[in-house]
Design a protein around this ligand. Sequence first.
Ligand code: GDP
Length: 365
Amino acid sequence: MNHPENAKEYKGLQVNSGVKSQPSVNPYLKVKKRKPTLTAGEYVEGILKGNVTILGQAVTLVESTVDSHQQIAQEVIEKCLPHSGNSRRIGITGVPGAGKSTSIDVFGLHVLRNGGKLAVLAIDPSSERSKGSILGDKTRMEKLSQHPLAFIRPSPSAGSLGGVARKTRETIVLCEAAGYDNIFVETVGVGQSETAVHSMVDFFLLIQLAGTGDELQGIKRGIMEMADGIAINKADGDNIERANLAAAQFRNALHLFPPTPSKWVPEVTTYSGYFELNIDVVWSMIDRYFEYVKKTGYFQQKRNEQAKYWMLETINEQLRHDFYRRPVIQALLQQKELRVLNNEQSSFTAAHEVLNHYYNQLKQP
Ligand code: GDP
C-alpha cells in the first residue's frame, strides 16, 4: 500500500489543482480542418458496423462548428437514433485529484470483463483542444486506452457549457449506435457541468475523498443531491479508517436530503481505484440501481424527461446563437448598454427594444 500520495507530506489525500492549465505539447500545432469525405449514409453504415475510425470522424463532425459539417452530423445522428438507447449511461464526477481517471481505468476494465463495449466521454467546458484536453484524455487511462473495445474521447473543445454538453449528448447517440453498451461521461465536480452530465446519464456517481479537511465542506449540496451513489476513493493503507468514517458521515448527511425522484436511496461505498480494492462493491451498487429503476419504470421515465430537456435546450441554444451572432444586434446591444449604464433607459425597455428589433429582422424576407 505504498502509493506516493500516502507519504507523510501528502497525507495520502492530495487534491490536485493544477489540471486547468496543462501545458500544450506543441502550441504551434494547428489542427487542420479536414473536409468530410463520406456521405451521411456512409458514416451511418460505418458506425452501425462498429467501425471506430468512422465513428471518430463522425464525432469530429458533431463537434465541428462549420455549418456544412453540422448538416451532415445532424443527418447522421438522426439516422443513428433508432439504433441508440441500448446502454447504461453512467456519469462520473469528482474534484480534480479525486482519482477519476485512475478509477475509470479500472471501472472500465471491470465492466468490459462482463462483455460489451465501453465509450468514455467527457464534459469539460474549460478545456481547449489546442491546450491539451483535460478530461477523457487517452493518456490518463492507460489500460483502457489500449483496450480494443474501449472508445475514449476527450471533451469537446471549449465553448458554452450548453454547446459542449449537447455535443457530448449527441456523441452518446453515435456511440450507442456503434454498439457501445456502456457509456461513461466524466466531468470535474467543481462547476455547473455536473448538471449537464446529470441530464444525460442514468446513474450519477460522485467520487469523493476522505480527510480533506472538514468532511462535508466544499461539497456542493447540489452535487450531493444529484448523486445516485457516492464512492469514497483512496480507501487504502492508512486511509481506510478515515474513508470508513467519511462514509458514515456521508450516509448521515444523505439522510437529511429529500427522497430522490426515483425513490432510490443513494448508497455510499469506499474503494481504492489505484490498488483495485472493492471495485466490485461499487459496481454491484450500480447494478442494483439499474435493476431497481428498470423494475419501477423510472429508467424509461428519466430518459423521456431527458429527451424533452435536450430538445428544449437545443432550441434555447439555437435561439441564443442566432440572436447574438447578428452584427446589427451586437451593435445595438453596445448602444443600449451605454444608455442603461448612464441611466438613460431602464434595463427592461432596452431589452424589449433590442428584442423587437430582432423580431422585425426575422420578418424581413
Ligand atoms: P483525477 O484528477 O480525478 O482524474 O485524478 P487521478 O486519477 O489523476 O488521480 C490523482 C492522484 O491520486 C494520482 O496521483 C493517483 O495516482 C492518485 N490516486 C488515484 N486513485 C487512488 C487510490 O485509490 N489510492 C491512492 N492512494 N491514490 C490514488
